[in-house]
Design a protein around this ligand. Structure first.
Ligand code: ATP
Length: 437
């Protein structure tokens, strides 16, 4: 198999995540809660770096995009208008014997895969989580946890457009938690009931939608390459007619070659004017756009690139993971793009000798306002390099006894394992030049 398509086992990723503090099972001391995961000290850094990278690419570096951060709970009518109350459901069958439920599309047998019992006829099961707002538990107080972030962009269309005075085409971006009571979860953080999304609603003039759709499909594929994912492990998959929602005019998935096979990290859909029209109908408010050049009003069409934070993080880990022969042993290394790595620079005194402490602390204190750093003086220097390789730290700075005389330190690079000696006075600039931010 060519190097680039070598696949890692999911168990290795799960084990690394637990061992090094990327991801833990939620409520583990109570036996865990199905399909819920907690990001640990390294996971939270990696996750935040991925979100910041997305935000930088789609908001900060563009003139035609602005962001919002909306409430997770929204007016219940939002979900009637969007079609989620009526349509966001999966057909479920229940075993009459053991009561286990399965998505009917997941099984190709009439017997229960668990106990062999008889299965019921399929019933529709809504995937939205319900809860009650206020002190009374009654129908009127029902609110839903949002199953996607996107609806807030639609219902805020007018607010955002009038306050920013953006002209079409322009987009609204948002990152936030979403909740779906998925029937089949699993594959670690790939499919969970609570997850995070990064979504863009890009509003365009009707008639230009196909051109913008093509643009975004291409743009989003390239984005994952710029995130450091190998092009060979990415593909675009066009949805066939049967897969499309009735209002959708086209949809592509960006798939990653996960250990479980090719699976979606992002969906890009041309949704036409469906959402704004629906919200206009249900709210009674006009949600359209006045085109000053043409002196006409129309409802914009929308292109929706919708990505998952957790799946992006899983793809980054799977893609970066490698086991390489080094010094008669195997070194586990995460070749994460330096800008995304949880720890950017590790400061490692050669030993715990007290003489090295002041210089090592001085170097560490100089670097930490600029980079996420780690200071490690436990065990041999070789083992500490391995520990940093395993969590993807791109640079280690070593302070040794010569440093005390010549005021120079060694930078060791993760991928090549090359070392270079630099004066402490130049260290910060030298390290900064190795990152593209
Ligand atoms: P799938 O078919 O895999 O369930 P979907 O097509 O329902 O995904 P979308 O509604 O297009 O997903 O959501 C956009 C993105 O949000 C997905 O590409 C994925 O990255 C993320 N996502 C959706 N559902 C989940 C989930 N249950 N767990 C983790 N991420 C999810």
């Amino acid at each position: 198999m060519p190097e680039d398509t070598k696949k890692v086992d999911m168990e290795k990723i799960v084990s690394l995540c637990k061992r090094r503090g990327f991801v833990f099972q939620s409520s583990e001391i109570y036996g865990g809660l199905a399909s819920c995961w907690d990001y640990g000290p390294l996971g939270v850094e990696l996750k935040r770096n991925i979100k910041n990278f997305w935000w930088k690419k789609v908001v900060q570096e563009r003139d035609d995009m602005v962001g919002i951060d909306a409430s997770i709970m929204m007016h219940p009518k939002v979900w009637e208008a969007s079609g989620h109350v009526a349509g966001f459901s999966d057909p479920l069958v229940e075993c009459k014997n053991c009561r286990m439920r399965f998505r009917s599309t997941d099984i190709d047998t009439t017997a229960c895969p668990n106990c062999g019992g008889q299965l019921s006829e399929p019933r529709m099961f809504n995937l939205m989580f319900k809860t009650f707002m206020g002190p009374v538990e009654e129908e009127a107080a029902i609110v839903y946890l949002r199953p996607e972030t996107a609806q807030a962009q639609f219902v805020n269309f007018e607010n955002v457009q009038s306050t920013t005075r953006k002209k079409l085409p322009f987009g609204i971006a948002q990152i936030g938690k979403s909740f779906r009571n998925e029937i089949t979860t699993g594959n670690f953080i790939f499919r969970t009931r609570e997850f995070e999304q990064m979504e863009i609603e890009y509003f365009v003039k009707p008639g230009t939608d196909q051109q913008w759709f093509d643009y975004w499909v291409n743009e989003r594929l390239n984005y994952y390459v710029s995130l450091g994912i190998k092009r060979d492990n990415l593909r675009l998959r066009e949805h066939c007619k049967e897969e499309l929602a009735h209002y959708a005019r086209g949809c592509f998935d960006v798939d990653y070659n996960f250990p479980i096979g090719w699976s979606e990290i992002e969906g890009i859909a041309n949704r036409g004017d469906y959402d704004l029209t629906q919200h206009s109908k249900f709210s009674g408010k006009t949600l359209d756009y006045f085109d000053e050049e043409k002196s006409e009003r129309y409802v914009p069409y929308v292109i929706e690139p919708s990505s998952g934070v957790d799946r992006s993080l899983l793809a980054v880990l799977c893609d970066a993971y490698d086991e390489e022969p080094a010094d008669k042993e195997t070194r586990v290394v995460l070749h994460i793009k330096p800008e995304i790595a949880p720890i950017k620079v590790a400061v490692l005194p050669l030993s715990r000798n007290a003489k090295l402490l002041p210089k090592s602390k001085e170097v560490h204190d100089m670097l930490r306002p600029h980079f996420m750093t780690q200071y490690d003086d436990a065990q041999s220097i070789g083992r500490r390099y391995r520990r940093q390789d395993e969590i993807g730290t791109p640079f280690c700075v070593t302070v040794d006894f010569d440093s005390l005389d010549d005021n120079q330190v060694t930078i060791r690079e993760r991928d090549s394992m090359q070392q270079e000696r630099v004066p402490v006075a130049e260290l910060l600039d030298r390290l900064k030049s190795k990152f593209s931010f």
